[in-house]
Design a protein around this ligand. Structure first.
Ligand SMILES: [Mn+2]
Length: 369
C-alpha cells in the first residue's frame, strides 16, 4: 500500500509540498489541474509543469484525481463523442508523465454532498456533516452553502459556474434514469478503456457520496451489486474502482469488508476515512481510529494486506483541528489527515511485522473482531 496525499496545487491549497514532505511515509501526491472545467483540454506543458513540481520535491505523481467527466457524456448527448476524444487525449498525455491511475466519478450534477461543512464534534473540532432531514428541497440552497463554505477556495464539483447553470443542468438530466446513466457510463468506458490498455493507465471510478440518489438524480456506484455489474460490463483490468470507505460507508447496508474482498483485484486506489452513521441516516466524518465511527478501518486495511494490495491509498477527508478551518479547504486540513496517514501506515506496518514474524506472529491480528 503506497500512501499518498491529495494536494490542490500551488496557490490553490493552504498546505505546501514542503509540509507534506514531513509526514512520514507519504510518498505520492494525488493531483489534478484543478482550474480546468470538465471537458477542457489539458495542455501537455501544463501537465508537465505540475508533475515536475511534485516530483521535484521527491514525490511520485502517479495518481490524478480527478479528470472530470463532462455532463454531456453522463447525459448521453451527441456532443459526448467530442468530449470523450478530449478525455482520451488527456489520458495519453498523463501517461506520458508517468500517471498510472485516474480517479474519477460519474455523479450527475453534484459531487459529494453535505449539509454542514463545519459541524462541531464533542472534542471541539469540526467536520463535514450530512443531515438527511435538512437536505434542501431546492438544490440551489445547498450549492450556495457549499460554495460559501469553501471560502476563498473553489470546492471541486461545486464551481460557481455550475450554480448559474443549475436549472439548465437539471432539465438536461430529466430523462436520465439509472439505466440510461449506466449505459452512458459503459459507452464512455468502451471508448476510453482501450486507450488506457494501450498506454498503461488504470481508471478507478469513485463511488457516489453519499451512497444514495439525491434531488431525484440517479446514482449507480453505491453498493456491491452496482459495482459488480459495472466491473463486469467492461471487463478489463484497466477499468477498476476507487474503494472509498467513507462514501460506501454512509449506507449501513454496505458490507465494506465484503466489497474489498470481492473486488480486490480491481481496486486501483483506496480512500480511507471513517464516518459515524446515526440511526436516522445522518452521518458525520470522524477520526480514522477504530471506535471513533462506524467504519473499522484496521479491518479493511487487513483485508487489503491479505490480498497483497500494492496500489495507492490516501487518508480521505479529515476533521478540522486547532482552528485550521479558517484557512483550509473543507475536509482537507493538514492535521487530521496527517494523523490518518500515520494511523493507517501503523496498522500496515503491524501487519507486515506479523507476516515477517511467521506463523507465531500470526497471533497478532490487527483489526480482527
Ligand atoms: Mn473518497
Amino acid at each position: 500500500m503506497k500512501m499518498t496525499w491529495r494536494w490542490y496545487g500551488e496557490g490553490n491549497d493552504n498546505i505546501t509540498l514542503d509540509q507534506i514532505r514531513q509526514i512520514p511515509g507519504v510518498s505520492g501526491i494525488v493531483w489534478s489541474l484543478h482550474r480546468k472545467t470538465a471537458g477542457e483540454v489539458w495542455e501537455e506543458h501544463e501537465i508537465l509543469a505540475e508533475a515536475n513540481r511534485i516530483k521535484s520535491k521527491g514525490f511520485s505523481a502517479a495518481v490524478v484525481e480527478s479528470v472530470n467527466v463532462h455532463d454531456d457524456i453522463k447525459i448521453g448527448l451527441p456532443s459526448r463523442d467530442r468530449y470523450i476524444d478530449i478525455y482520451a487525449d488527456t489520458i495519453r498525455k498523463l501517461a506520458g508523465v508517468g500517471v498510472e491511475v485516474i480517479c474519477y466519478n460519474f455523479m450527475p450534477v453534484f459531487d459529494w454532498t453535505r449539509t454542514d461543512l463545519y459541524y462541531p464534534l464533542p472534542d471541539g473540532s469540526n467536520a463535514l456533516f450530512y443531515e438527511k432531514a435538512s437536505i434542501a428541497a431546492d438544490p440551489r440552497e445547498m450549492a450556495e452553502m457549499i460554495i460559501r463554505g469553501g471560502g476563498t477556495f473553489t470546492v471541486p464539483g461545486w464551481e460557481p459556474d455550475r450554480l448559474s447553470r443549475l436549472d439548465e443542468l437539471f432539465a438536461a438530466y430529466a430523462d436520465v434514469t439509472e439505466e440510461r446513466l449506466f449505459d452512458n457510463l459503459v459507452y464512455f468506458l468502451n471508448r476510453v478503456i482501450p486507450v488506457c490498455e494501450e498506454c498503461g493507465v488504470k481508471m478507478a471510478i469513485h463511488p457516489d457520496d453519499p451512497a444514495w440518489p439525491i434531488f431525484g438524480l440517479p446514482r449507480i456506484v453505491r453498493n456491491q451489486d452496482g459495482i459488480r455489474r459495472l466491473l463486469q460490463a467492461v471487463n478489463s483490468p484497466y477499468h477498476g474502482l476507487t474503494f472509498c470507505s467513507g462514501s460506501l460507508g454512509t449506507h449501513p447496508g454496505n458490507d465494506l469488508p465484503a466489497i474489498v474482498r470481492e473486488f480486490s483485484d480491481r481496486i486501483h486506489f483506496v480512500h480511507l476515512r471513517n464516518v459515524k452513521v446515526f440511526q436516522n441516516g445522518d452521518f458525520v466524518e470522524v477520526a480514522h481510529k477504530r471506535g471513533e465511527g462506524s467504519v473499522n478501518l484496521p479491518e479493511l486495511v487487513r483485508i487489503l494486506h491479505e490480498n497483497g494490495y500494492e496500489g495507492y491509498a490516501r487518508p480521505d477527508h479529515g476533521r478540522h483541528l486547532w482552528g485550521e478551518e479558517a484557512v483550509c479547504r473543507p475536509g482537507y486540513g493538514l492535521y487530521d489527515r496527517a494523523f490518518g496517514a500515520m494511523y493507517l501506515l501503523g496498522v500496515w506496518d503491524g501487519l507486515e511485522e506479523a507476516r515477517l514474524a511467521g506463523p507465531r506472529g500470526g497471533e497478532v491480528r490487527v483489526g480482527a473482531e
